[in-house]
Every structure is written in structure tokens, then in C-alpha cells.
Design a protein around this ligand. Structure first.
Ligand SMILES: Nc1ncnc2c1ncn2[C@@H]1O[C@H](COP(=O)(O)OP(=O)(O)OP(=O)(O)O)[C@@H](O)[C@H]1O
Ligand SMILES: [Mg+2]
Length: 429
């Protein structure tokens, strides 16, 4: 058997449409060894067959037919998404260039004059089927690639969210350690003061007990009086009189420090609300500084130069997160001992908060990448590279922007600009 006839194209289905049954019979017999052949003697019948199974892979279409002509048939095929991709070859006795042009402009892939050499017809059919297969393959590949891109995009988003989550947890852990340290300190000296006071009270009660016993002695002997004086001396009652109020004042101060830290923590987190409101940026900066003070104080001195700024409409706890990220970055850029300056000011309808450091600065080639998620120059486990990207998102949400200037080896300056009234609030009344 001719190997050609065994090829994959043999599986293809060709629909022959012609009102002359002699043509159908000649073409049909010639093509039958190569393809599955369907025949239709009218346009209407052809349209019925394309809706059934097997769906034709290619249509040989006569132009001049009674009722619906070939141009009308192709018009309907091209208008239907289910049949638009079936290649159509016109096989016609109309031999004018104009007719050929019309056929091709309607979407036919080829135009063959009758009568034609059957082997040429076969070659043209093969070419068109190969083209169709290639097109179908490309379409499948495209669909596969699109699905793959979509799947990977979703996968990336899931990883991104997971990283954000672990970044948040790490930040909370770090903060918690800092806060524990800050609270531990006053708690430590309050509890040591209570121990001292306990000892003092025992001494005071010993003197009081001795006084009580002396009161029962009648008459009071000189010896008892002498003993009392000596006991008072020994227990340093005069010293206790001065030290006890000091210990109490110190303990009160320690407890109020703990209370302030907890209040700052509440302010920082704004745990109870996440609404837009008129916020005081200086208050936000101060409570943020108190929260991360522990992280900063061993490395740098913080200098505050607050200007006159109005309150702004904002999400205060989110802005605090921005300040925290900038301050921690500044501190991390300082290797041993350095300075951080926090300045604020106002221009037109905007306020700005600037955090500058004299740390190691940023290489010029890194400047354009700072706000990319996951861009970090810090060692593994130290930075995730999300701080600035999160901060930029928050600032953009407020209708603001972050400006950066830096000199390698000299330090960096991050200036956050925020509109007093973000755009979504519309103009002030
Ligand atoms: N003040 C600064 N001085 C020097 N380099 C900085 C400063 N702020 C940011 N950078 C550079 O920008 C990079 C990205 O900062 P970002 O805050 O986004 O991530 P990170 O600090 O590396 O990690 P993360 O904030 O997630 O812990 C840093 O790795 C660092 O190279
Ligand atoms: Mg950071």
C-alpha cells in the first residue's frame, strides 16, 4: 500500500460540497483512499454536516449552487466561532480574477479552477491540512502556556503571601523581644525595690514592737530607753525615713514606664481601628521610637527635629509601620555607632517626614531596585527585602511618595511625602 495513504492525514475528514453529483463522485472516489470523505449537494446540507461528527477538517466548496451559493456558505462558516477555523478551498468553474479575489477575501484559503488535475488538488489539500495542523498545534500550545503562566502566577502569589506572613511573624517576634526587654527592666527594679522595702518594714516593725513592749513597762527603766535608742540606731530608722519614699517614687516611675510602653504599643498597633482618620505624625513617630528604641539605642543616637506640621488624613498604624521600616533600615545601615535624624516639615498641601542616617549608604546601581519586593543586600535570615516595598505601597495608598538620596559610605536620606488630604477625600470643604 502507498505509505502516503497510511499517513496521519488519512484520518482527516474532507467535506465536498457541489450540486453536481458527478463532481462529487469523481472527487470522492479520488480522495477516499486518503481521507474520510463527506459529501453535500447543497449549501444548507453542508452547514448541517459541519455541525455534526466527524467535524470536517477541510471543505472543498463549489461557488455556483442553486439556493445558497458558496459565498453565502463561507459567510456563515466564518461567522460561527465553532466553524471559523475550518479551512475552505473554493473549487469552481468561475475563472475570473475578480471571483478569486472575492473568494479569498471572504476567508477561503485557496481557490482552484475546475476542471483540475486531481494530483494538484491533492497536493493543495495536503498543504492546507498541514497548515491547519500547525495552527491547531500552536493554538493548543498557546492555551497550555497561558494556563501554565496563570498557574505559576498563582503559585508565586501564594509564595509571596506566605513570605509576607512569615516576614510579619518575624517582625512581631523581634518587636516582642524588644518590648519584653523594655518591660523587664523596670519590672526588675520595681521587684528589687519591693524586696528592700520588705526588709525595711521588718526593721520598722521590730522597732515598733520594742516600743510597744516598752510602753507596757512601768516605770520605764533607763536601760530600756537606752536599748530602744540603740535599736533605732541599729535599724537606721532615720535613713529608712528618707530611702522609703525614694524607693516608692522609683517604683511608681517604673510602673508608669511599663504603662506607657503598653499604651505606645496600643497606639502603634491602633489595635482597635484601621480607619482613615486625622492623625498626628509626631505622635506616631514617638510611639514607634519607643517601640523600637531597644533596637536603635545600642547603635545610634536619634535626633528629632520636628517642624510645624498639621494633622493629616491617614491610616496611622500603617504609617507607623513605614516609619518603623525606615528607622530599622537606617539603624541596620550603621555598623558601630552613628546618628539618625528625624525631620518633619510641610510644603503646600503636603507634609514630609525625613529619616536620614550616616550609615554605609546605597550603591548607585542598587538605587533603582530598592522598592522591588524581595530586593535585599542583607545576609540570608536578616532581611527579606520587603520592608521598602510594603512601605511604598502604604505611602502610595495615601497618595504620597518616597524620595531617596544616598552616598555610598556617607549615608542615606529617605523622605516620605504625604498629602494632608489624600485624593480620595476630595478637596477640603
Ligand atoms: N538606610 C539605608 N541605608 C542603606 N541601605 C538601605 C537603607 N534602606 C534600605 N537600604 C537598602 O535597601 C534594601 C531593601 O530594603 P528593605 O527594607 O526593602 O529590605 P531589607 O531591609 O533588606 O529587609 P526587610 O526590611 O524585609 O527586613 C536593603 O537590603 C538595603 O540594601
Ligand atoms: Mg528593611
Amino acid at each position: 500500500m502507498d505509505p502516503d495513504k497510511q499517513s496521519a492525514e488519512r484520518q482527516a475528514t474532507i467535506l465536498l460540497v457541489d450540486d453536481e453529483s458527478i463532481n462529487l463522485s469523481v472527487f470522492g472516489q479520488f480522495l477516499a483512499p486518503y481521507y474520510q470523505v463527506l459529501v453535500a449537494t447543497s449549501g444548507q446540507r453542508a452547514l448541517q454536516l459541519v455541525r455534526g461528527t466527524p467535524k470536517p477538517d477541510l471543505i472543498l466548496l463549489d461557488v455556483m449552487m442553486p439556493g445558497m451559493d458558496g459565498y453565502q456558505v463561507i459567510g456563515q462558516l466564518k461567522a460561527n466561532p465553532k466553524t471559523v477555523d475550518i479551512p475552505v478551498i473554493f473549487v469552481t468553474a468561475l475563472t475570473s480574477d475578480l471571483e478569486e479575489e472575492r473568494g479569498l477575501s471572504l476567508g477561503a484559503v485557496d481557490y482552484i479552477y475546475k476542471p483540475c488535475h486531481l494530483s494538484i488538488l491533492l497536493a493543495r489539500i495536503k498543504t492546507q491540512l498541514e497548515l491547519k495542523n500547525a495552527r491547531d498545534w500552536l493554538k493548543d500550545q498557546n492555551a497550555y502556556l497561558e494556563a501554565e503562566v496563570q498557574r505559576r502566577h498563582q503559585e508565586n502569589q501564594a509564595v509571596h503571601l506566605q513570605l509576607l506572613q512569615s516576614e510579619k511573624l518575624a517582625a512581631i517576634g523581634q518587636l516582642a523581644a524588644g518590648i519584653a526587654h523594655e518591660i523587664n527592666n523596670p519590672i526588675g527594679f520595681v521587684s528589687s525595690n519591693l524586696n528592700t522595702l520588705n526588709g525595711y518594714l521588718r526593721d520598722v516593725f521590730a522597732v515598733l514592737d520594742a516600743c510597744g513592749a516598752a510602753l507596757d513597762e512601768k516605770p520605764l527603766s533607763d536601760q530600756t530607753l537606752q536599748n530602744l535608742r540603740e535599736l533605732k540606731q541599729a535599724k537606721q530608722i532615720d535613713y529608712l525615713r528618707g530611702d522609703i519614699p525614694e524607693l516608692i517614687a522609683e517604683s511608681r516611675e517604673g510602673l508608669s514606664r511599663v504603662r506607657d510602653i503598653i499604651q505606645d504599643l496600643k497606639d502603634f498597633a491602633h489595635a482597635d481601628k484601621n480607619d482613615w482618620e486625622l492623625g498626628d505624625l509626631h505622635k506616631g513617630l514617638d510611639s514607634t521610637l519607643n517601640i523600637i528604641g531597644n533596637e536603635l539605642k545600642y547603635r545610634c543616637t536619634v535626633h528629632k527635629q520636628y517642624g510645624e506640621i498639621p494633622q493629616i488624613y491617614c491610616l496611622p498604624s500603617q504609617l507607623n509601620q513605614v516609619f518603623m521600616n525606615l528607622l530599622i533600615n537606617a539603624a541596620q545601615a550603621i555598623e558601630s555607632k552613628g546618628d539618625i535624624h528625624i525631620r518633619t516639615g510641610c510644603a503646600d498641601q503636603n507634609v514630609w517626614v525625613e529619616i536620614s542616617d550616616n550609615g554605609n549608604g546605597i550603591a548607585p546601581e542598587n538605587l533603582p531596585r530598592l522598592f522591588e519586593p524581595f530586593f535585599t543586600t542583607k545576609p540570608l535570615g536578616k532581611g527579606t527585602g520587603l520592608g521598602l516595598s510594603i512601605s511604598q505601597n502604604i505611602v502610595r495608598k495615601h497618595g504620597g511618595r518616597i524620595e531617596v538620596t544616598s552616598q555610598l559610605g556617607q549615608g542615606s536620606r529617605f523622605r516620605v511625602w504625604l498629602p494632608i488630604r489624600p485624593p480620595e477625600f476630595g478637596p477640603a470643604e
